[in-house]
Design a protein around this ligand. Structure first.
Ligand code: ZN
Length: 232
């Protein structure tokens, strides 16, 4: 699938954008724990190129991003795009679909029962934002070093923790991680921490607007409940 990812990136102009993003990082001379790249994907175009990859992006986006990550790392190394970047773990790819297939299974309807939203894939939700918190910072990526003095992972970029969609922030930064090589405690190297913007909004489903209009849907009882959305 890596070859197809490369073909797609090349044809869609994604590769060109990636090279430009790399240039910005390279010119900044700044060293980070992770380098974040947003890749726009058109599910129809990808499915036409390769149905398996298209399906993978729609239904396993986190794993699909890992294929893009590995392709992009090879590109960075072979073309020497970012001098400071050392390991594949430092590349954080965010796949952003241009649209989703216009099918009911891609619509997030929280009033539907039974709930079946445990899979970590893309859904479309339409509603009205009713409250908004201020924009705050969260940790997008962090570098950890092994405290074992003789351990090879006490330097370099071996223990990189990246925030993945849907995860809590304590999954990225915590003080009880241990080295995968020698089991010594890990310590964060704060100089390399990468922060991003986060905003929490409360939304109501667009269907709730009918109730607010006084429109009767022939149900004597109904309840309107907001849902929380994390924008990162
Ligand atoms: Zn270690």
């Amino acid at each position: 699938m890596r070859e197809i990812v490369l073909i797609y990136l090349d044809r869609s102009g994604g590769l060109q954008k990636f090279v430009l993003d790399c240039k910005k990082y390279n010119d900044s001379k700044q060293s980070y724990a992770v380098y974040r790249f947003i890749v726009s994907v058109n599910p129809s175009d990808i499915a036409e190129l390769d149905a398996t990859l298209g399906n993978y992006i729609l239904h396993n986006p986190i794993q699909a991003a890992q294929i893009f990550q590995s392709v992009c790392f090879v590109a960075v190394k072979t073309l020497s795009l970012v001098e400071q970047l050392q390991t594949e773990a430092q590349i954080n790819i965010l796949l952003k679909p241009t649209h989703l297939p216009p099918l009911p299974s891609y619509i997030l309807d929280l009033s539907a029962f039974p709930f079946n939203y445990t899979s970590q894939r893309f859904y479309e939700a339409e509603g009205v934002v009713i409250t908004m918190a201020t924009v705050t910072k969260y940790t997008q990526g962090a570098r950890f070093l092994c405290t074992g003095e003789t351990c090879p992972f006490s330097e370099g970029f071996r223990h990189i923790r990246v925030h993945v969609p849907g995860a809590t922030e304590s999954a990225t930064v915590r003080n009880d991680f241990v080295c995968s090589l020698c089991s010594s405690p890990l310590q964060e190297d704060m100089k390399f921490r990468v922060l991003g913007d986060k905003q929490i909004v409360e939304m109501i489903d667009k269907k709730a607007l009918n109730a607010l209009k006084g429109y009767s849907n022939n149900k004597s009882h109904f309840r309107i409940q907001t849902f929380t959305v994390f924008l990162r």
